[in-house]
Write a protein that binds this ligand. Structure first.
Ligand code: ADP
Ligand code: MG
Length: 161
């Protein structure tokens, strides 16, 4: 699991498609004994939320993932099986989307039961602006770095996956 994968996308749909593909790969992996965490790094507009829109689709979530303006965390139910889903998923039941952009102090996130959420192996957690809560993150993370090249071109590097 010490690999790095690099992708270039040329429009937002390609970034969503990549997110969907990664979700499907995650569903087919072996279970861990704590939550599965994605840390999404990159500037505003780099494509983190766009990636997560596709990622959520891959998990079978029908609600749209938005950039939370004032909300720091949103919880979604993951479907455990449906005819449409490519992979049956008996292990993950919740998807949490955190956006730490507006956090002033890392500690504030503890009020949202962050510690309990990251311990539960039934959870998949995606964190935008993980730098803001660096001291509270476990070591075992999938790090995804987004770089904004041109108007519609992005480089997306996935570490430790
Ligand atoms: P972030 O969450 O990193 O701040 P968003 O995903 O909210 O970024 O915004 C990215 C913006 O850039 C969206 O308006 C999206 O349509 C646009 N965009 C253009 N090209 C791409 C691409 N290749 N990948 C992702 N987003 C893109
Ligand atoms: Mg965002």
């Amino acid at each position: 699991m010490d690999t790095q994968k690099k992708y270039i996308t040329n429009n937002f749909q390609e970034t969503q498609t990549l997110g969907k593909k990664i979700a499907i790969e995650i569903l087919s992996q072996k279970t861990k004994n704590s939550a599965l965490i994605l840390a999404l790094q990159g500037d505003l507009g780099a494509g983190k939320t766009t990636f997560l829109q596709g990622f959520a689709m891959g998990l079978g979530i029908k609600e749209k993932i938005l950039s939370p303006t004032f909300i720091i965390m949103k919880k979604f139910k993951i479907q455990t099986s449906s005819l449409k889903m490519k992979i049956k998923n008996p292990k993950f039941t919740n998807f949490y989307h955190f956006d730490c952009y507006r956090l002033d102090k890392p500690k504030e996130i503890l009020e949202l039961s962050f510690k309990e959420i990251i311990l539960n192996p039934e959870n998949i957690i995606a964190i935008e602006w993980p730098e803001k809560i660096k001291s509270l993150l476990p070591k075992n993370l999938i790090i995804i770095k987004f770089k904004h090249f041109e108007e519609n071109k992005r480089e997306i590097i996935i570490d430790n996956f």
